[in-house]
Design a protein around this ligand. Structure first.
Ligand SMILES: Cc1ncc(COP(=O)(O)O)c(C=O)c1O
Length: 374
């Protein structure tokens, strides 16, 4: 068996995110509360009568219906409810691929698919979003990465860590590359709905290509990471095969989480949650931007189109992991180092946070930048 590839970003976050004074390492906004979801005492009363049964293993019907309604032409048969998008991505790989298969993964990226695929014995190639072109898709690198042996192409749109939203032309190029070799497309779309500059939700790949798993969750755009609810939307036969993997990993999502996620995706509550997320993003970014500008040439950025994260480059001769280790130890604050996306000299910084907390965390990063620059 080949060497285990740890998920280095999640390793660092699990250890420190609840210990530091300022956690600016999350990619979602400040989380919503149970009260935000169920303000009405009658609804609370109903929830209190919930029996802790094993809920329907592929997701309760009401939730699968609400998820299907977000994808034109989809029915509950197209939907599997999972424990977050992280389980959705993991079992997608197990379902669609065999050890030894080759996959092409977008980079930079949340490195779950990249690392898990290696641990499952797959051969991983990457294609780029190019920083010098405002993180636009490098179509030449896509053409090189997708070969006759490619069984799956994996994208994250909007992208973590850059916040890049693919244009329709870029989406077409990805579909064409997968189609050219008959590969599956795995689209991680967790930041759709968390746009900074527009109220138009980033379109899904759903409807553009048949061999597709469109994965998502309530963690980012809905501000509900602790519910641990995600999903796969795909062709019914393959979704059923993914369900068979889900029976090995988690059986079912928690009973209350199924119910609360159904409330979150209801036509009454969903728009409010999306607006709440965009409000955090739109209030936080100007604070972050002013802070960034105050550093002159030391920091530069391609402004993110979506997600509550910025990915600035710093002009200092220090490795990003070393920087963050010092940030934890000396300043009691946490961000994600560029190394965790295989892009050194960058930091991923959350800004979808209450203003005072955000300012406090940015001040700690400023102190360390100044200590190193002096
Ligand atoms: C792109 C991406 N996919 C999936 C996940 C996992 O999310 P979830 O909380 O839905 O499991 C994350 C978390 O940061 C992410 O950034």
């Amino acid at each position: 068996m080949s060497k285990f590839q740890p998920f280095v970003m999640e390793r660092m976050m699990s250890k420190w995110e609840n210990q530091v004074d300022y956690n600016l390492s999350e990619s979602g906004v400040h989380p919503a509360t149970v009260r935000d979801l169920v303000p009405d005492p009658a609804q609370v009363d109903q929830l209190l009568s919930t029996e802790f049964v094993y809920s329907q293993a592929n997701g309760i019907p009401e939730l699968r219906e609400r998820i299907a309604a977000l994808y034109p032409g989809a029915t509950p048969e197209n939907v599997l409810v999972t424990v977050g998008c992280i389980e959705a991505n993991f079992i997608s790989l197990q379902t669609l691929l065999e050890p030894g298969d080759e996959i092409a993964v977008m980079a930079p990226n949340y490195l779950q698919v990249w690392g898990a695929a290696q641990n499952l014995g797959m051969v991983v190639r990457t294609f780029d979003l190019a920083s010098e072109q405002g993180w636009a898709l490098d179509v030449d690198s896509l053409a090189r990465a997708v070969t006759d042996r490619t069984k799956l192409v994996a994208v994250c749109n909007p992208n973590n860590p850059t916040g890049h939203i693919m244009s329709s032309g870029e989406m077409d190029a990805v579909v064409a590359a997968a189609d050219r070799v008959g590969a599956w497309l795995l689209a991680d779309e967790v930041y759709s709905g968390a746009e900074r500059l527009t109220d138009e939700e980033t379109p899904s790949f759903w409807g553009r290509y048949d061999k597709l798993f469109a994965n998502n969750s309530v963690s980012k755009a809905y501000g509900l990471p602790g519910l641990r609810v995600g999903w796969i939307v795909g062709p019914p036969a393959e979704v059923d095969k993914a369900w068979a993997r889900h029976e090995y990993t988690t059986i079912s999502v928690a009973t209350l989480s199924n119910q609360l996620a159904a409330i979150a995706l209801s036509p009454e509550v969903r728009p409010k949650l999306l607006q709440r997320t965009r409000d955090y993003i739109r209030r936080g970014y100007p604070i972050f931007e002013e802070w960034l500008r105050s550093h002159g040439d030391l920091l530069s950025i391609v402004p993110p189109g979506a997600a509550a994260i910025a990915f600035p480059r710093y002009a200092l001769d220090v490795n990003s992991t070393t920087f963050v280790e010092r940030l934890i130890k000396e300043k009691n604050a946490l961000v994600a180092p560029g190394d965790h996306f295989n892009v050194d000299q960058h930091l991923r910084i959350s800004f979808g946070l209450p203003a005072d907390y955000l300012r406090g965390g940015l001040e700690r990063i400023h102190q360390l930048l100044t200590d190193i620059a002096d």
